[in-house]
Design a protein around this ligand. Structure first.
Ligand code: ACM
Ligand code: ZN
Length: 690
């Protein structure tokens, strides 16, 4: 992932829940409809369970009941002894249209769970467990509950740092409790190939191993691979037996594992093992397959054959993101392919590959899923799109009739800081507190009614470049994945942050007791204090003139305009993330010039301080200024320098903030603020004048 920018749960209640108040139970995701009555049901040693479902599903329900500590008291029976819990599959269940939906009715002597499919019964059980966990007697009630979206997913990047199958199983346990049903495994990327492919053994003899443990050390040392068995070899992969074990574990929990095999880019590890598949036939660090070479398709099809043999998933993720496409422009084979196929540009060459792979998958009864870049150059006819670069691509794909999974970076990229960066382990960047994750509505009202059902899913993604350990990965996933679970399951009108917050804390507590490492929402610092209140100062609302456009340079970087000319004097301060539309970004190549503005205060004023905060986060190339000059004038012609600040820019980990300003005593109407950089981007949010 070369991203520079990084651009809702309880058990629910019934359709005809006639009764009055909602019980004070704490399941997640929040159920669709629920009604509560007075009496209740207590699960105790006399409780019987009757399970009317196929053996495998009944066994699974029993297993989970036992794991919840109810097993010794419960048994499968067909007697009508009260009290009892009945699990029944039915061809029709009132108020339920989804095979994952269920109805629960709780009375003084029984709980009846009904569903159209074993998945529905499984989710009914999760809700019963939630209700039981909230303690004592389960209030009498009826619940009619079904998911808003059929695809409720989590993505784990096991390439950047390999995680073993026990870790993956543990995360699936947590997912299943929250009614999450898709685990997307990012199995291949530059940092390591993580699945055994019998036809291409070098993928796991070489491309799964590196001499450095962490991704950071690995990239700092030239991103080289080593052989399995070398004394320094770090990494690993899932054997095909491991994959079968994970698939079996997932199936029992009604989770579909979706494999991702990256193409045409993010494939440095493949091209290290099989250099003939790159345009250069060997240059270290090539990321893109040669699309002109038939051998590429033979390889991809060979890999997909084994992947399809293993994974029952209807969709196969083929990546498709962030192709450089540079080598294709000069590669003879790629150029010949473009000429032969009448392709106008390299975007169409990428599209050619995706169409061809889609045909291959379709011929084998599967569907293609890819990151939203697969839309560039023309989207393959049956492809489904994962919208990560914001929501616009996904909304467009849905309007064009394609299925879409929403996973926009600004709401779903769990590698972002979840709290004040200084309080957190180093992260990729960004700032994504759980409240923001929860605020996302994957199916906006603005979408035409006929396109809405095409938004089939929501997914949280955990990219792991900066996440070297299993504990750290869990910490980044939980509790934010709880918010994804509720946003994907519960109807928009049933969601509310305050209620969710308490429920999410209860779930996190339960998870911690069960041995998960989770971020503790009770200790949350929150956003940067400056961002919480508007700044009132002398220059607020004053006109700002950008001087750099006079010499042909942009006033600000197109990607980070914030509120354009209003940004620096609107009183709105930025938060922990430069991407919050409150920080304005500046970037020019070949010059140190970044920001040069004049603020007109409207009249000559007494001045005591002038300053602006800058942010530094080296990973995405955001730096402190190297020099700032602040000057003042009465006539906007003759300026007197108040401060000329020189700063030694250092490469520090994490995110830092620093004010570059002047303090003293002066008079003037016009203030010029100029900032220069040694490298990369500068970001500031406000020029505060007192
Ligand atoms: C991505 O983050 N490159 C899909
Ligand atoms: Zn080529």
């Amino acid at each position: 992932m070369n991203r520079f920018s990084i651009t809702l749960a309880l058990a629910a209640c019934s359709a005809f829940c006639c009764a009055a108040t909602e019980p004070s139970v704490t399941p997640i995701p929040m159920r669709v409809e629920m009604s509560a009555e007075d009496a209740g049901f207590t699960i105790d040693s006399l409780t019987r369970v009757y399970i009317d479902a196929p053996d495998r599903d009944a066994a699974l329900l029993e297993e989970q009941l036992a794991a919840a500590g109810m097993g010794h008291a419960l048994r499968v029976c067909d007697s009508v002894d009260a009290p009892r819990i009945n699990f029944r599959l039915k061809p029709v269940v009132d108020g339920i249209s989804s095979h994952e939906g269920y109805r629960l009715s709780v009375s003084g002597d029984r709980i009846d769970a009904e569903a159209l499919s074993p998945a529905g019964l499984y989710y009914a059980l999760q809700t019963i467990l939630d209700l039981k966990e909230s303690g004592g007697t389960i209030p009498a009630m009826s619940i009619t509950d079904q998911p808003r979206l059929p695809y409720r997913g989590m993505m784990l990047d096991v390439s950047r740092h390999f995680r073993d199958k026990e870790f993956v199983k543990k995360q699936m346990d947590a997912m299943a409790r929250l009614k999450l049903n898709r685990l997307h495994l990012h199995l291949t990327d530059a940092a390591g190939w993580r699945i055994e492919i019998k036809k291409y053994p070098k993928l796991t003899e070489l491309a799964a191993w590196r001499p450095q443990k962490t991704w950071k050390e690995w990239t700092d040392n030239g991103a080289r691979y080593c052989n399995e068995g070398d004394t320094a070899a770090c990494g690993g992969y899932f054997t095909q037996d491991d994959i079968r074990e994970l698939l079996d574990y997932a199936a029992k929990r009604h989770i579909t594992i979706i494999p991702e095999i990256e193409m045409p880019s993010h494939s440095e590890e493949v091209l290290a093992a099989y250099p003939e598949l790159s345009c250069s036939h060997g240059e270290h660090g090539s990321s893109d397959f040669c699309v002109g070479n038939e051998a590429t398709f033979e390889f991809v099809e060979g890999v997909l054959d084994e992947v399809m043999e293993l994974f029952p998933s209807q969709v196969i993720h083929i990546g498709g993101d962030e192709a450089s496409k540079q080598a294709w422009k000069t590669c003879e084979l790629c150029q010949k392919r473009m000429a032969d196929e009448g392709l106008m540009n390299v975007d169409e060459l990428q599209s050619y590959m995706i169409h061809r792979v889609e045909k291959y998958l379709n011929a084998h009864g599967r569907d293609l899923l890819g990151w939203d870049e697969i839309m560039e150059g023309g989207l393959a006819p049956n492809a489904a799109v994962m919208s990560w670069r914001g929501t616009e691509g996904g909304l467009r794909a849905a309007r064009d009739g394609h299925r879409v999974i929403m996973t926009p970076g600004g709401y779903c990229y769990l590698d972002s800081y979840q709290d004040a960066p200084w309080s957190q382990p180093e992260a990729f960047g960004g700032y994504l507190p759980i409240e923001k994750v929860y605020s996302f509505d994957p199916v906006p009202d603005s979408l035409p009614e006929d396109a809405k059902p095409l938004i089939i899913g929501l997914q949280g993604n955990l990219w792991c470049e900066y996440i070297p350990t299993a504990e750290h990965a869990e910490y980044m996933l939980w509790p934010r994945m709880i918010a994804i679970a509720e946003a994907a399951w519960s109807p928009q009108q049933r969601r509310d942050w305050d209620g969710f917050k308490g429920r999410a804390m209860a779930v996190s507590d339960r998870m911690r007791k069960a041995g998960y490492t989770t971020f503790d929402m009770r200790n949350e610092v929150g956003n940067r204090k400056e961002a919480l209140v508007e700044a009132d100062h002398l220059a607020r609302g004053c006109k700002v003139t950008y001087l750099l456009p006079d010499s042909g340079l942009p006033a600000w970087h197109n990607g980070y305009p914030a509120s354009k000319e209003a940004t620096l004097t609107d009183g709105k301060r930025g938060g922990w993330n430069y991407n919050d539309m409150l920080w304005q970004g500046y970037m020019n190549t070949g010059t140190r010039e970044r920001l040069d503005v004049v603020i007109d205060l409207g009249r000559v004023c007494d001045l005591s301080s002038i300053g602006a905060d800058f942010m530094q986060i080296c990973i995405p190339d955001v730096w402190m200024p190297e020099q700032v000059t602040i000057s003042v004038s009465d006539d906007n012609k003759k300026f007197k320098t108040l401060a000329d600040i020189h700063h030694t820019v250092t490469t520090d980990a994490g995110v830092s903030f620093k004010n570059f300003g002047w303090k003293g005593s002066a008079r003037g109407r016009y203030i010029r603020y100029r900032a220069m950089a040694k490298q990369g981007f500068l970001f500031t949010d406000e020029i505060v004048v007192e």
